[in-house]
Structure formats: C-alpha cells, structure tokens
Ligand binder design. Sequence first.
Ligand code: MRU
Length: 357
Amino acid sequence: MKIEGKEYRTIWFENNVVKIIDQTKLPHKFIIKDLKTVKDAIKAIKTMEVRGAPLIGATAAYGLVLAIIENNDQTFLKKSSEYLINSRPTAINLKWAVDRMMKKISGVNSDQILNIALNEAKEICEEDIKFCENIGLNGLKIIEEIYNKKKGTVNILTHCNAGWLATINWGTATSPIYHAHKKKIPVHVWVDETRPRNQGANLTSYELNEEQIPNTIIADNTGGILMQRGEVDMCIVGTDRTLSTGDVCNKIGTYLKALAAKDNNVPFYVALPSSTIDWNIKDYKEIPIEVRSSEELSHLEGLDEIGNVKKIQVYPKKSKAMNLAFDVTPAKYVTALITEKGICEASSKGLKNLFKR
Ligand code: MRU
C-alpha cells in the first residue's frame, strides 16, 4: 500500500540486508531500517519495530536467513530459531514461520542452504500477500451487502492495527476496507486508539489517511455508545492466534468490543490468514498472554511544541501499572471468521469444513 503516494511492503530483502519500516517511529517519522543479523531481527520483534502477527512471522523467517549469512552452522541455526520463537509469545505466526523455515533448512549443509532459506522467506511473504488480498475480497462481500441495504456510508469499527503495516501488504481487518474503497463503496472507519501503545491511532489511522480512507480516532471506551446510537454497522478486527474452537486472541480490549457488539446486534468479524490458526491448543487459557512493560502505560511519546519527538511520564511515579497485551474473545461473540479460503462460523466445525482438517 502507499505512503506519500509510493507503494511499499513492510519488509523486503536487498543486498544481504532485511529492510523494515520502523513502526516505533510512526506516525511522526518514516524510517526504513536495516536488519543485518539475527539479533537485529529478534530485537526488532521484541521492541515492536515490526509488529502484527503475520509481519513478525515474516521477520522471523528473514531472521533465519540472516543467521545463515552470519554463521551457517546447524547448532547456531537451532539456537537462533529458539530465540526467535521466544521473542514474542502470543502471536502463533512467529512459531509457524520459524517451524516452516526450519523444516526446509534443518540438516542442509550444502551451499544451497542460503538460497533455500531465502526462497522460503520470500514465499512466506508472497503467500501472506495473496492470503490478505483474498481476505479482502471475501470480506468485501459483507461490506457490499451492508451498503446495498443501507444505501449510505458503511461505518466500520476496528481495534489495534490489523492493517497492511501488521502484515506484508493489504492487512487482514483492513483488506476488505481497502477493497471496498477501490470499488467506490463509501466507508468510514472508527479507529480505536488502542492503549497503551496506540496502534490504532498511530498506525491504523496513519495508513488509512495515506490511502484517503475517511476515519476517526476514538478513545477505547467510546465504541459502546457508538454502537448503542447505531453508528457502527460492523466491527472487523484481526487476531494474533485463533484456536480451532473459534476462540480469538487479539489485542487487549477486543473482548470488550465484542461484548458491546453482541449487546447491540452489531456483527463482529475477525479477519485472519490460516497461518494465525493454532490447531493444537483447545483451551484458550493455555494461550500465553504477553505481559509488557508497565512503562508503556506510564509514559507517552509524541511531538512537542517545536516538533521534536518527546517521551513524557503521565502517571504518578509511585503508582503501579499492569500491562497485559492480549485478551481472548470467545467464539460465541464472533459473527464469523473471514479467511483467505472464505467466510466461516467461528467454531471447530466451521474451521474444519473450510480447511478440510
Ligand atoms: O502487539 P501487536 O501490535 O503486535 O498486536 C497486533 C494485534 O493485536 C492486532 O490487533 C492484529 O489484529 C493482529 S495482527 C494482524
């Protein structure tokens, strides 16, 4: 998608270096950063220079390419894969991508290993783009249906950033929105600010602005009253891990939006590529929920009066804060899952039928 009119992807490989858009600097600065070592890739994932389930998977895949360039030794690759998997615990795409890469390169000692790894990392990215595009085409049907009934602007609420910045291109939750906009269906997006890191305000609103899609940032607690007032036609969110039962783990606050949507008969959709499905865990209590630094709550970053980026403390120094990064929305609150293969019920039956498992 575009930034200042120029097409970008979120990650690419050039001259033996992995290029990323440093998302910790957005929306105030657009900086392309080089990752030269597997350590750089791990740090980029940990510090959220890259973030969003599909993108951290792709970064981990390229991280292994960098590891091979540094030291083509199977013990080093095995260790690197473990560090990569542990760099963020909740999004399943990370483990999915590393396992997929390791399956290709484990035990390969020939000169071909770098080519094999590079091709697989590129394939993971190409596949994600295709899957996200298909999610968009499938989700477009839902937006079109609402538009045909309403004959007016379709108001869509989203949480966090499940946009192209969280993937390689298109996004998951935003892909149907981008497709609707291309088809000239009038859409307007309510963007949940998404405290504490403000991915909605800093990233979703930013990328929608760059594509000229009307959007309005709201505080995280505003969605409920908007739904009561009939100002939300549908919700679409992404996910970091969806269980085969249809339970959806996503950015903290998603669950509360789903409850409000249920109470107000607003359809609540979750958009995901199949790489985000965890086919193993059955009980959502087993999902590792990331606990992040309390500083993400107590401090805020923004522009000062002369345009410099500044970090300030907003809480009393003595106050304690707790920062759980994800929650789980039980399947019963999810109207349907929008995947690359089609739309299905959020249930074991729905997912099994669609993915023939
Ligand atoms: O902590 P983040 O910013 O990496 O989390 C990403 C999310 O939770 C997004 O909401 C998204 O839906 C999942 S990635 C498409």
